[in-house]
Design a protein around this ligand. Structure first.
Ligand code: FAD
Ligand code: SIN
Length: 547
């Protein structure tokens, strides 16, 4: 058993920033299921929203966030996050991130995206995420108090309720089990505090802009440990993922539209002005739905994003990475329109947290895309996510430093004595593909009651299969991810079924109107006690929407 003050699961912006801010005071473990850099954070293009220009204001940023969030943003959280945007940028600059400046000045170049009333996106050309990750990875690699576990996947959290070892009514997180991918061994990590920074769950859909690691592991682990989750139905589909047979997950940044790019039909005609007064820069839910509608109506496979009216110099200066990547696929964006389709991009819902990033379980925090803080409401405003990671990692760190003391417990080892090697690993891949396909077909941009109940029916059937696998066979990275994806799919579908209206990212043909009543969807695990048993059997959880 290994002991740490704080175990952080995930090495995107949420995990790395939490680790760096804590490391002078605490002994930290960072657990990451692939390499440190593999994350959505690494792939972020547009940038980080911050109301720092002289013509902008926190009030305008709050207002834009709330308008995009279709009335479901928590106003106090929105004020808290936006008010801290300048300090978040300063921290990144201090860490060595060199944001793009206006030509020949030291002033930040601020770009624009859909739903923003001002230019307020600080960026490093079109590779903001990789610039941030490189700077932070260098810091964690060189800190003596940080131990890094790459290629280690967190399997489940250990709580007193599951183990029944500490007699208290409280549900307390004591650490976690972690599978070392290369050896197949499960390590027990005892930690005074555990932070879930595991990112989103967009891999539950067939088409996504996300990296393979976005399988909702943190949300599922927290749920199995007794945490409530909220607003899982609000899955953000980014309007412009590249449509190309050899490049399934490549995002074409919204900043292309912020800097003048125009969405067009195959006949070269713009169409967004027909859907929204804000045209190509309407919030994402509106643009994604408009594209989906046009594609279905016309039976076309994609629409086009055209920036070829801008000079090649401008394009190369603002979008060097997108230009190169498209050119490698024989698309010269300075001459040709780019074929694009919507794809699952961001989980607005997640593990419910408070202002300190604390979850319902003591000593367990959630930061970043895995968390539901109330900031994004029914639709996230572009570039608010990196900001949220930084503001809530600060909040978590202050709380952890002020509140937590060492509490060493002896935790039981993982028991794999009664499981065998999987006879047919390929079944896991089949189930994974099936799940992602029906989630895309039945729980996508436009939903109906019938499709949602079909999806639920399939989830019920797959749950039995996956439970059988998990109960009888040695765990593997793929099996852990599949189990978590299935759990997240269930949470998304249950939340979607319980919302009897259309709002933001959730559009139902059966309930096309937006209700006057504003509510968040909260799912509460009814039966989370005793989930770790000898053969690591999963118990069925019952969920109730108390929206
Ligand atoms: P991630 O960065 O996704 O990191 C999750 C980490 O957890 C990874 O290291 C992963 O390996 C690890 N992990 C997961 N499960 C486990 C497990 N079981 N065990 C161990 N490790 C685990 N937002 C913006 O604000 N601005 C942008 O410009 C922007 N552009 C984007 C572009 C793309 C292509 C994508 C996909 C997203 C973009 N977003 C953007 C959204 C934003 O990048 C993410 O929401 C944000 O980076 C999430 O950070 P995170 O640290 O919470 O999660
Ligand atoms: C983009 O660059 O279009 C992505 C920005 C975001 O998801 O916030």
């Amino acid at each position: 058993m290994l002991n740490f003050d704080v175990a952080i699961v995930g090495s995107g912006l949420a995990g790395l920033s939490t680790a760096i801010k804590l490391a002078d005071d605490k002994k930290i473990a960072i657990i990451s299921k692939r390499t440190l850099s593999e994350s959505s954070s690494q792939w972020a293009q547009g940038g980080i929203a911050a109301s720092v220009s002289s013509v902008d204001s926190t009030e305008a940023h709050v207002n834009d966030t709330i308008v995009a969030g279709a009335g479901l943003c928590d106003e106090s959280v929105t004020k808290f996050v936006t008010a801290n945007s300048a300090s978040a940028l300063n921290w990144l600059t201090k860490m060595g991130v060199n944001f793009t400046k206006q030509a020949n000045t030291s002033e930040l170049h601020l770009t624009k995206e859909g739903g923003h009333s001002h230019r307020r996106i600080a960026h490093v050309a079109d590779t903001t995420g990789s610039a941030i990750q490189s700077a932070l990875i260098e810091k964690v690699n060189n800190h003596p108090n940080i131990t890094i576990f790459e290629d280690h996947i967190a399997v489940d959290l250990i709580t007193n309720k599951k183990l029944k070892i500490i007699k208290t009514e409280k549900n307390i997180c004591l650490g976690l089990y972690v599978l070392e991918n290369t050896s197949g061994k499960v390590v027990t990590i005892q930690a005074d505090v555990t932070v879930l920074a595991t990112g989103g769950a967009s891999k539950v859909y067939l088409y996504t802009t996300n990296p393979d690691v976005s399988t909702g592991d943190g949300i599922s682990m927290a749920w199995r440990s007794g945490c409530r989750v909220a607003n899982m139905e609000f899955v953000q589909f980014h309007p412009t993922c590249l449509y190309h047979p050899h490049e399934k997950s490549f995002l074409i940044s919204e900043v292309l539209r912020g800097e003048g790019g125009i969405l067009k039909l195959p006949n070269n005609k713009p169409f967004m002005h027909l859907y929204d007064i804000r045209g190509d820069l309407a919030p994402r839910d509106v643009v994604a739905r408009a594209i989906d509608f046009e594609m279905k109506k016309r039976g076309i496979e994609c629409v086009y994003l055209d920036i070829s009216h801008k000079s090649k110099k401008f394009i190369m200066e603002h979008f060097p990475m997108i230009y190169e990547r498209c050119l490698s696929l024989n698309i010269d964006i300075s001459k040709d329109p780019i074929p694009v389709v919507p794809a699952a991009h961001y989980s607005c819902g997640g593990v419910m947290t408070d202002f300190n990033a604390q979850t319902d379980v003591d000593n367990l925090y959630a930061v970043g895309e895995a968390a539901y803080t109330g900031l994004h409401g029914a639709n996230r405003l572009a570039s608010n996510s990196l900001l949220e990671c930084l503001v809530f990692s600060d909040a978590a760190v202050s709380h952890i430093v002020a509140k937590h003391k060492a509490h060493r417990e002896i935790l039981p080892r993982w028991d794999a004595s009664r499981v065998t090697d999987a006879d047919e690993e390929v079944l896991i891949t089949h189930t994974w593909n099936e799940l992602r396909r029906f989630m895309w077909n039945y729980v996508g941009i436009v939903r109906t009651n019938k499709r949602l109940s079909r999806a639920m029916h399939r989830i019920d059937m797959l749950r039995d299969e996956v439970n059988e696998f998990y109960t009888n066979f040695k765990i593997s990275n793929n099996l852990i991810e599949l189990r978590n994806l299935l759990q997240v799919a269930e949470l998304i579908v249950k939340s979607a079924i319980s919302r009897k209206e259309s709002r933001g990212l959730h559009f139902s043909k059966d309930f096309p109107e937006t209700s006057n009543k504003k509510y968040i969807t909260i799912l509460e695990p009814a039966n989370f006690v005793g989930a770790i048993e000898k053969k690591h059997t999963i118990k069925k959880e019952k969920s109730t929407s108390i929206g």
